[in-house]
Write a protein that binds this ligand. Structure first.
Ligand SMILES: [Zn+2]
Length: 442
């Protein structure tokens, strides 16, 4: 949360616009489509989505000033909320807007002025547009604001760039955006996704948010097992996942996609792909943990989010165990395609993380009223199945099959119904907030 707060302070932008943006990102398509927009292609793609809509229209844009101070002005038909921030290597400024219909003069942005080398714009996802400025060197956003219509002028978005040196530029970036921490992403840039990766069939007519439910393990991978009897994690979590699906489908508000509905092995990477291909609003992986004999006793449900650094050794042990799934199922990790590379993917990832954490907290708040929770119910570690950069994802360990009380719960229909109910409530709370913020007029 701290990093997001820093980012907002840096950007001088209220939480409302950030919320709108984050929501827009949440319903976004795969990261391949979040590639820096190419003006002609994206502008051409926009009308189908914008047809008959009430989206703000950007009708003209211009640059003024010199190599010390440059001003960008975008004419609009109504004020919009926005967020602007800088990126290094190469020097860029990104402006995220709600979905805007761009009717700018052809060829605009291909040549720059002052600190702006060029700019591109377009729709990057349903509900979200973006302008990317390529800078001639390090510059800061001295001011950014939206003017109401006045004196015969339409509403305008104004971004003022000011020359600074590299040190000041780098220091002005939030820590996670600084170049030295982004080497992995810079490396990934070498592998630019080709055009076909960005070309995706039109969105299905069903506009409901998609929730992907991922019952862990399956097939050759049994998951944890309760000693002495035939109870296997893969079966417990499948039964639970199907019950959660049925509950959520009843409301009619969501489209539910299961990563598996039977005893089939699914590689971790393929589970992530399901979430990404569906542009899911939420990915929930269901598991049940176990401690080995002699490792003590633990009980209660735990909710995990993705992190490079495990919260504690238990979380690390668990992530290692869950990540072994592919090896058990015979998947050669070396054959896994590398993550989709994109210069903006890190931004999306950070925002996804914020949403994953938010959902985890909402979920804990609901679950703890009906379900026994672990004494430290919120944790994070490097779970491979949570790595969709653009889909908020959590992994729920429903309890410990190694604990007698938990096991009794896990096989109880009554317990399952109550737990499914609290999860459905949390999903409603979380997504209702998102839909309200992303609704028309925002
Ligand atoms: Zn598991």
């Amino acid at each position: 949360m701290a990093s997001r707060a820093n980012l907002l302070v840096l950007l001088g932008c209220g939480p409302l616009c950030a919320a709108a943006l984050l929501c827009a990102l949440m319903i976004g398509p795969s990261a391949a489509q979040v590639a820096a927009p190419q003006a002609p292609a994206s502008a051409a793609a926009a009308p189908s989505l914008a047809a008959g809509s009430n989206f703000p229209v950007a009708s003209d844009a211009r640059l003024a000033g010199d190599a010390r101070q440059t001003r960008f002005i975008l004419d609009l038909d109504k004020p919009v909320q926005f967020r602007a921030f800088a990126l290094a290597d190469p020097y860029r400024v990104i402006v995220d807007l709600p979905q805007v219909s761009f009717t700018l003069p052809a060829g605009i942005g291909t040549t720059g002025r002052g600190l702006v080398k060029a700019f591109r714009y377009g729709l990057v996802m349903p509900g979200g547009s973006r302008i990317v400025f390529d800078l001639t060197g390090p510059a800061k956003i001295a001011k950014s604001y939206v003017l109401e219509a006045a004196n015969g002028q339409p509403p305008r978005l104004v971004i003022e760039f000011e020359e600074i040196d590299r040190t000041a530029f780098v220091q002005s970036l939030p820590p996670e955006n600084r170049p030295e921490l982004r080497s992995a992403i810079t490396d990934a840039n070498a592998a630019t996704p080709d055009a076909s990766a960005a070309a995706k069939p039109a969105a299905p007519p069903d506009k409901r948010p998609v929730i992907v439910i991922d019952p862990g393990h399956g097939g050759a991978d049994n998951g944890t097992e309760a000693g002495g009897n035939d109870i296997m994690e893969k079966n417990l979590v499948l039964t639970f996942g199907l019950a959660l699906r049925d509950r959520l489908e009843k409301s009619g508000k969501y489209r539910i996609v299961m990563t598996r509905t039977d005893d089939t092995f699914i590689a971790l990477g393929d589970r992530v792909k399901v979430a990404r291909n569906e542009s899911a609003a939420l990915f929930i992986s269901i598991h049940a943990d176990a401690l080995k004999r002699g490792e003590g006793d633990a009980q209660g449900a735990t909710i995990y989010t993705l992190s490079d650094k495990a919260t504690d050794s238990d979380a690390e042990r668990l992530a290692d165990a869950e990540n072994k799934s592919d090896a058990i199922g015979g998947v050669n990790l070396a054959d896994e395609p590398t993550e989709v590379a994109d210069i903006l993917i890190d931004l999306v990832q950070r925002e996804t993380k914020t949403f994953s954490n938010r959902f985890a907290r909402v979920l804990m708040g609901e679950m703890k009223t009906t379900v026994r929770m672990h004494k430290h119910p919120l944790k994070s570690a490097g779970f491979r199945v949570l790595k969709a950069p653009d889909v908020p994802s959590v992994l729920v360990e429903l309890g410990y099959v190694s604990n007698k009380g938990d096991l009794e719960h896990l096989v109880s229909e009554n317990w399952r119904n109550r737990t499914v109910g609290s999860m459905a409530q949390a999903i409603d709370t979380f997504l209702a907030k998102r839909l309200a913020t992303a609704g028309p007029g925002k």
